[in-house]
Design a protein around this ligand. Structure first.
Ligand code: GDP
Length: 464
C-alpha cells in the first residue's frame, strides 16, 4: 500500500489475497515457452468465456479453470486465491530485471528442467537467482513423454503411473527424477516428488510434466496454487482495493492510441479516468488513463479489435494502458495511480523508486542502452566492476542522439555504445557509419563487457 494514498474503498475485503505472479525459468530449450503456451492453451480450451488468446505480458489462469482441469486434485473451496498470473516472457533475464517495489515482480517461480538433460548452466544460474531473492519455487521436470520406457495410461494421474512403474528396473523416468532430486539436494534444498511434499515452502516439489502432451500440467498448477496459498498468506500484505501499483513491461505504439503501456498491475485497482504517474526518461510523467485494454477473448490475432475496453482492473493482472504523453515512459518503470490530489507525493515516490536504480555517470565514458531499468542497473553494476565509466545510460533502442552523445567522448575507447537486448533504429545505423562510433550489442551482460574490454586492448596494442 502506498504511504500517501490512504483512501480505502468500500468494496475492500481485508482478507482478500491477490493473484500470485508466477515466473518461468530454466535452461534454454528445456521447454519454458512450450510450457507457457500449453498453460495458455489449456486456459483457453477449458475456460471458453474467460479464454485468453492475446496477451499483454501476462496470462491469467482463473481458479475455476485450474479446478476444471485438475478435477479431483483441486477443491476450489480450499483456496482463497483467484488464480495464477503467469509472466509471459520466460527466463531469468526478465525475472531479475522486472521489479516491483520490493524486489522481483514475480512472487513465485517454476523452474523448468528437461528431465533427460538434467541440471545445465542456466538451471544453476536460475537456482542461484531464486535463492538470492528468496523466491519460493517448484520444479517442472519436463519432457517426460520423451523418456524411454515411459508408458502412462490414458487419463491416469501421473503419480499413479509412476508408482506403478516404479518397480521396473528399466524405468528411466524414475531414475532421472531421482537424479534431479539429488541435484536439488546438492544445492541445499530438500526436494521430493510433489505428492510426498507437505510444506512446499521448505521443500521443493518436483512435478513430472510434459509441456508437449499436457501430462502433469494440472498437477503443476495445483502445486503452484498450494505453494502460493501459504506464501501469499504469510508474506503478502496486499491492499487489493487501494490505488493501483504496477510495473511497465513494454511501451508500444498501438494504432488509434499512440504510445501505450503494457503493465503488470501487482497491487490495487486502476480505473479509466484515473490520474497515473509513470517513470519516464526525464521527470515522472503525470497523465490520465484514457482507456484500459485487455485482450479480447478468442480474438483472431489479425483482426482489428484485438482488445476490449474495461472500466477497471484489479491486481494482479496484465493490462494495456492508453493515455496521453507516454512516449517517454520506460520499460521496467513503476506506474502508480493517484487517488485524491496527492500528485506531488506520488511523483516523489516514483522518483524515489527510480533513484534506487539510478546509474552513476561520469564526465567521460561509454553510452549504455538496455531494454529495461533492471537490466540497465545490471549493466551499470557490471561496468562498475570492470572499472568502465559511463557517460550516459538509458532504457530504449539505440537512437541517433545516442550516437551524437557517444561522439562527444574525449577518449577514442569511450566513443562506444553498449547495447543490451535492444534494437538499433534505422537512423542510428546511418549515424554510426557516418561517425565511426562503435556499437557493441549482445544479450549476455558479461559477454558485452568482455567484447568491450577486448576492443580497448586492441586499440592499446595498435597505439604501441
Ligand atoms: P525454451 O527455450 O526453454 O523456451 O524451450 P522451448 O519451449 O522453446 O522448447 C524447446 C524444444 O523442446 C522445442 O522444440 C519444443 O517443442 C520441445 N519441447 C518442449 N517441451 C517438450 C515436452 O514436454 N516434450 C517434448 N517431446 N518436447 C518438448
Amino acid at each position: 500500500m502506498s504511504d500517501t494514498n490512504t483512501e480505502s474503498e468500500s468494496a475492500a475485503d481485508p482478507g482478500a489475497l491477490r493473484t500470485p505472479i508466477v515466473a518461468v525459468l530454466g535452461h534454454v530449450d528445456h521447454g519454458k515457452t512450450t510450457l507457457l503456451d500449453r498453460i495458455r492453451g489449456s486456459a483457453v480450451q477449458e475456460g471458453e468465456a474467460g479464454a485468453i488468446t492475446q496477451h499483454i505480458g501476462a496470462t491469467a489462469v482463473p481458479l475455476e479453470t485450474i479446478s476444471d482441469m485438475a478435477g479431483s486434485l483441486v477443491d476450489p473451496t480450499d483456496f482463497d486465491l483467484p488464480g495464477l498470473l503467469f509472466i509471459d516472457t520466460p527466463g531469468h533475464h526478465s525475472f531479475s530485471t522486472l521489479r516491483s517495489r520490493g524486489g522481483a515482480l514475480a512472487d513465485i517461480a517454476v523452474l523448468v528442467v528437461d528431465v533427460n538433460d538434467g541440471f545445465q548452466p542456466q538451471t544453476e544460474e536460475a537456482i542461484d537467482i531464486l535463492k538470492r531473492t528468496g523466491t519460493p519455487f517448484v520444479v517442472a521436470a519436463n519432457k517426460v513423454d520423451t523418456t524411454p520406457g515411459w508408458n502412462p495410461q490414458e487419463g491416469e494421474p501421473i503419480q499413479r503411473s509412476l508408482e506403478k512403474q516404479s518397480d521396473r528396473a528399466e524405468n528411466r523416468l524414475n531414475e532421472n527424477l531421482y537424479e534431479l532430486i539429488g541435484d536439488l539436494s546438492g544445492k541445499g534444498f530438500s526436494a521430493d516428488f510433489y505428492w510426498r511434499v507437505q510444506d512446499f515452502q521448505s521443500n521443493i516439489g518436483v512435478v513430472p510434466v510434459s509441456a508437449m502432451t499436457g501430462e502433469g500440467i494440472p498437477d503443476l498448477l495445483t502445486v503452484l496454487m498450494g505453494l502460493s496459498q501459504r506464501y501469499m498468506k504469510a508474506e503478502m500484505a496486499v491492499d487489493v482495493a487501494g490505488p493501483g501499483v504496477g510495473t511497465v513491461l513494454e511501451v508500444k505504439d498501438e494504432r488509434g492510441f499512440g504510445a501505450t503501456l503494457d503493465v503488470v498491475l501487482y497491487d490495487g485497482v486502476v480505473r479509466e479516468g484515473d490520474t497515473i504517474v509513470v517513470g519516464g526518461r526525464d521527470d515522472p510523467i503525470v497523465t490520465e488513463v484514457r482507456a484500459l485494454l485487455q485482450p479480447r477473448p478468442n480474438a483472431e490475432i489479425r483482426t482489428e479489435k484485438r482488445f476490449e475496453r474495461v472500466d477497471e482492473v484489479r491486481a494482479a493482472a496484465g493490462v494495456k494502458i492508453a493515455a496521453p504523453d507516454l512516449d517517454e515512459a520506460m520499460s521496467g518503470a513503476p506506474v502508480r495511480v493517484v487517488r485524491g490530489d496527492d500528485v506531488d507525493a506520488v511523483k516523489a515516490e516514483v522518483r524515489k523508486e527510480l533513484a534506487r536504480i539510478e546509474v552513476d555517470t561520469a564526465e567521460d565514458g561509454v553510452v549504455v542502452k538496455a531494454d529495461t531499468l533492471g537490466s540497465l542497473e545490471a549493466m551499470a553494476n557490471a561496468l562498475e566492476e570492470a572499472e568502465v565509466p559511463i557517460l550516459r545510460a538509458e532504457v530504449g533502442d539505440v537512437a541517433p542522439r545516442d550516437v551524437t552523445v557517444a561522439q562527444t567522448a574525449n577518449e577514442e575507447h569511450h566513443r562506444v555504445i553498449l547495447g543490451f537486448n535492444v534494437d538499433v533504429l534505422a537512423d542510428a545505423e546511418e549515424a554510426l557509419e557516418r561517425t565511426g562510433v562503435r556499437l557493441f550489442d549482445d544479450d549476455v551482460i558479461y559477454q558485452l563487457v568482455e567484447e568491450y574490454e577486448e576492443y580497448v586492448e586492441e586499440l592499446e596494442r595498435a597505439q604501441q
